[in-house]
Design a protein around this ligand. Structure first.
Ligand code: BG6
Length: 495
């Protein structure tokens, strides 16, 4: 797809997301010569900074993040693209003054992308103001808006936000971002499933026993208490990233890679997920909060000791959930999603456990139980595709061990690109296949809503786990079968 020059307007340009992800991603696109010629970046912030100060801030950001260090020639070019505009997003005048500046088509391409890296409570008003100041009109070029997560706080608020923004934007102008869809390993999942025929006959309830999707972090909540304490792990990770991963693992092959075909298939999965009634929440979902503990031999605080966390908070920093997809392919296959902060290791993985062979041929030998086959998809930090098989150990005895077939994603010397690079480029190219459609977001809320409502009522007690561990044993309560256990590792398990 040929990209046209555009003006990338970043609301919240001095904030964390912009520092850590957006500015470095745009810079890396520039390094790769992927920003169309003439592209400009307009940074919006409240601070009264001039051009020079902004450039020195950008240098700071890139010093931490630029791959292989800052390339001075590219940095020069990058700075020429950059403009800083001071403004308060709650004030109408700041939009009209921005509009006045951007209307200068000699300097700014009239295709415009607005990235809202701001508090979710400001999404609706910012879009309204953008529209009132004429910035969303498409007379001289296209206009697209990127909305960060969370889109809403529950089903009702997501619907009301959608209603508000639909007054000013067509659906194809809205890019609801879930950065997991920009990760190379996640996209590789689609390639793995749909560019190879080997797995497809096995990809169903006849061969797969259960699926686990895990995202664990060693980090705590850092300085984000204000957001996190009102969110919790279920909203922060499961409603968004992990449900997205689930749709990609389980959806039917789309008719094409065209955006609507892909999104239609994801929506079908979300619609087929068996609803969890409030009375079944305890059987299907588990939450917990970290207490103090050790991470990499350093003592770390409990959640309740983190800055700005209320002392009686029962916000979950760990959440696990069991889902079933009631369709022909997946009926009765449990799918477990779990996530946690301050866990033993940091990793995102999809682990698919195959059924045991129908009979144990080796009953009368030294081999008692063979391990089931697992397919392990490491999303980060280890990026791998691994199939575990049972093989005979060399020697005269009939003994077995597990070995793995490795189809790893990146080869030595191939560099990592950040998810945001891919997604920021997609927006310029007008490709919204890796962004969420409004029905997708609402269906995802519908799935988790009964759980968050039930948890909101239960304010007396929350299970705990020491920081640096894999979460409470009691989370086993959601398992469908006694033999199920959390798969923590990407290396073969011993008996
Ligand atoms: C964000 C969550 O969406 O994703 C964070 O708000 C979480 O709490 C982060 O840490 C994880 O993203 P990644 O790319 O680091 O796995």
């Amino acid at each position: 797809m040929k990209a046209e020059a555009c003006t990338y307007v970043i609301y919240g340009a001095t904030g964390n997301l912009s520092r850590i992800k957006l500015i470095p991603a745009l810079y890396h696109l520039d390094v790769e010569n992927l920003l169309p010629e003439g592209t400009k970046i307009m940074a919006l912030g409240r601070r009264p900074w001039d051009q020079q100060k902004w450039q020195s801030e950008v240098r700071d950001m890139l010093e931490q993040k630029a791959r292989g260090g800052i390339d001075e020639a590219v940095f020069q070019r990058f700075c020429e693209r950059m403009h800083y505009h001071q403004g308060d997003i709650t004030q109408a005048e700041s939009y009209s003054s921005l509009a006045k500046t951007l209307n200068n088509s000699q300097v700014f391409p009239q295709n415009q992308t607005f990235y809202l890296a701001i508090s979710p409570t400001d999404f609706a008003n910012t879009i309204k103001f953008l529209s009132l100041s004429g910035l969303l009109q498409e007379d001289a070029g296209w206009s697209r808006v990127i909305i960060e997560k969370p889109f809403g706080y529950d089903l009702q608020s997501a619907q009301s936000l959608q209603k508000n923004i639909a007054k000013y934007l067509r659906e194809d102008q809205v890019y609801r971002i879930d950065h997991y869809l920009g990760k190379g390993t996640v996209q590789n999942l689609l390639v793995f499933r749909f560019a190879n025929t080997m797995m497809e006959p096995l990809w169903n309830r006849h061969y797969i026993d259960h699926i686990q999707i895990t995202h664990s972090e060693q980090m705590g909540i850092g300085t984000r208490a204000q957001y996190y304490d009102t969110s919790g792990a279920m909203r922060d990770m499961i409603q968004s990233h992990l449900l997205q991963l689930l749709t990609l693992v389980t959806m039917e092959p789309p008719a094409s890679m065209e955006a609507e075909s892909l999104r239609d298939e994801k929506v079908k999965v979300l619609k087929s997920i068996r609803p969890i009634p409030k009375e079944a929440v305890h059987a299907c979902a588990f939450r917990a909060q970290y207490t103090s503990g050790n991470i990499d031999n350093e003592k770390v605080n409990s959640y309740l000791q983190e800055d700005n966390v209320p002392e009686d908070s029962v916000t979950e920093t760990y959440a696990a959930i069991k889902l079933y997809i009631d369709n022909w392919r997946w009926k009765d296959v449990p799918i477990y999603l779990r996530t946690g902060k301050r866990m033993a290791t940091a990793q995102s993985t999809i682990s698919i456990c195959f059924r045991q062979p129908p009979s144990q041929f080796f009953r009368d030998t030294q081999i008692k139980n063979t391990q089931p086959n697992w397919l392990l998809l490491g999303i980060q930090p280890e990026e791998c595709f691994r199939i575990e098989m049972t093989v005979k150990e060399p020697g005269l005895e009939m003994k077995t061990r597990v070995t793995s077939l490795d189809a790893s994603y990146r080869q030595e010397g191939e560099h990592h690109t950040d998810a945001y690079e891919d997604l920021l480029l997609d927006v310029i190219e007008g490709d919204n296949s890796l962004f969420l459609r409004s029905d997708e977001v609402e269906l995802a809320w519908k799935i988790v809503d009964p759980i968050i409502q039930k948890w909101a009522q239960e304010r007396e007690y929350i299970a705990t786990y020491p920081a640096g561990t894999w979460g409470p044993e009691a989370s086993r309560a959601i398992f469908d079968q006694e033999s199920h256990h959390w798969r923590h590792n990407l290396t073969p398990e011993s008996d």
